[in-house]
Design a protein around this ligand. Structure first.
Ligand SMILES: NC(=O)c1ccc[n+]([C@@H]2O[C@H](COP(=O)([O-])OP(=O)(O)OC[C@H]3O[C@@H](n4cnc5c(N)ncnc54)[C@H](OP(=O)(O)O)[C@@H]3O)[C@@H](O)[C@H]2O)c1
Length: 337
């Protein structure tokens, strides 16, 4: 396929962001006589509807490959902090979920706290949260609780489900399908997995970690705005570790600790800030001052490559062909929408 090119109308090299229509997306024809489409929106000097863009050093042109364009379902890029009126928290009664509920309430969001048992959950959750009972792997049950949600945060722990942890994947799949059924493509999904999630069980020894990697891959294939948060060991941080330390590449080993508030903050701020989108980050706590500028924290990390199933700096990735057939089918189905 011919590479696509984005350039400014009239070939101008002037500075500034330009306005809608001042960028042209070349999507067909020949290099001499390309078919050009005006871009509808411009964000930070780049056309909003282009899925992946990069600007060669010293050039006003932006290039990419046409196989990375997603004409039907465009990735959402935020210009500014998102308004989070309503957030659904799945796994809200868990060690991390409870802290996400607290932190979301502190941000004055309407909090829907999902559980499989409302009576049990009400005893564990603050009164400000609306407890919603639903099976998290059931699309029909999720639709009403997801309706109108600006963000969904998943902190479910399903390692001991008697299925090797496959429920973890089923929940993420159901959330994606429910958002699709509802026609809510702009709902942000923040997903907690674990450090080492990118590796196969031959490295970690835990089958449930495989299902976390598969769930991450499904979310990346979904085209939704997402933040994937891989925490270190809960509560193993030192007493002075008040700073959030974000890493990428899934290279950290051992038992680095993380404050559960730090996990909750990155899950929520990933949904709120423009640079939280399409991120895969490992989260630890380190010595230093608490983070006050979450956009700056997230902007210092790299976004995942469009069209890639893996975190941007992950290495030694498991081939998709080595995943179970149903995972391959799900990824193909989502990527083909
Ligand atoms: N411990 C660590 O240091 C550490 C580090 C990194 C990552 N992790 C990962 O974090 C997760 C645990 O987090 P956590 O301790 O906050 O969670 P958790 O307390 O184990 O579970 C969170 C909630 O998930 C729901 N849940 C549990 N089993 C389920 C099932 N089979 N189907 C549907 N929902 C289910 C439960 O909610 P209801 O009963 O209310 O429905 C539960 O309260 C694990 O997956 C673990 O791999 C842990």
């Amino acid at each position: 396929m011919r590479p696509w090119v984005v350039s400014r109308a009239g070939g101008t090299r002037s500075g500034g962001a330009g306005g809608p229509g001042s960028w042209l997306l070349e999507v067909g024809g020949s290099a001499r006589n390309p078919t050009r489409l005006p871009c509808i929106e411009v964000l930070g000097g780049l056309p909003r509807q282009v899925f992946r863009v990069f600007r060669p050093r010293g050039s006003s042109r932006v290039q990419g490959s046409s196989d990375r364009l997603r004409p039907r379902r465009q990735q959402t890029y935020l210009k500014e902090r998102r308004t989070m009126t309503t957030v659904l928290i799945i796994g809200a009664t868990g060690q991390v979920g409870r802290v996400v509920v607290e932190e979301a309430l502190a941000r004055e969001a309407t909090v829907r706290a999902q559980t499989r048992s409302a009576s049990r959950a009400r005893r564990r959750l603050p009164r400000g949260a609306e407890v919603v009972e639903a099976s998290p792997s059931d699309v029909d049950a999720l639709c009403p609780v997801l309706t109108g949600a600006d963000a969904v945060v998943l902190t479910h722990g399903t390692d001991s489900d008697g299925r090797g942890g496959a429920t973890f994947y089923d929940v993420v799949r159901a959330v994606i399908d429910a958002l699709d059924a509802l026609g809510q493509p702009t709902t942000h999904v923040s997903l907690m997995t674990t450090m080492n999630a990118s590796h196969s069980a031959t490295v970690t020894g835990y089958e449930f970690v495989e299902w976390k990697r598969r769930a991450e891959r499904l979310l990346r294939a979904s085209g939704l705005s997402y933040t994937i948060v891989r925490p270190g060991w809960f509560d193993y941080q030192g007493s002075g570790d008040r700073r959030i330390d974000l890493r990428q590449g899934d290279l950290v080993t051992g038992q680095p600790g993380v404050d559960r508030h730090h996990i909750a903050q990155v899950l929520l701020e990933g949904a709120l800030n423009p640079s939280g989108s399409r991120r895969t980050v490992e989260v630890f706590s380190a010595s230093g001052s608490p983070v006050t500028d979450f956009e700056a924290l997230l902007a210092a990390t790299r976004a995942d490559e469009p069209g890639s199933l893996d975190g941007v700096l992950d290495t030694n990735n498991v081939a998709l062909t080595e995943e179970p057939a149903r995972v391959q089918e799900d990824v193909a189905r989502l990527a083909g929408r």
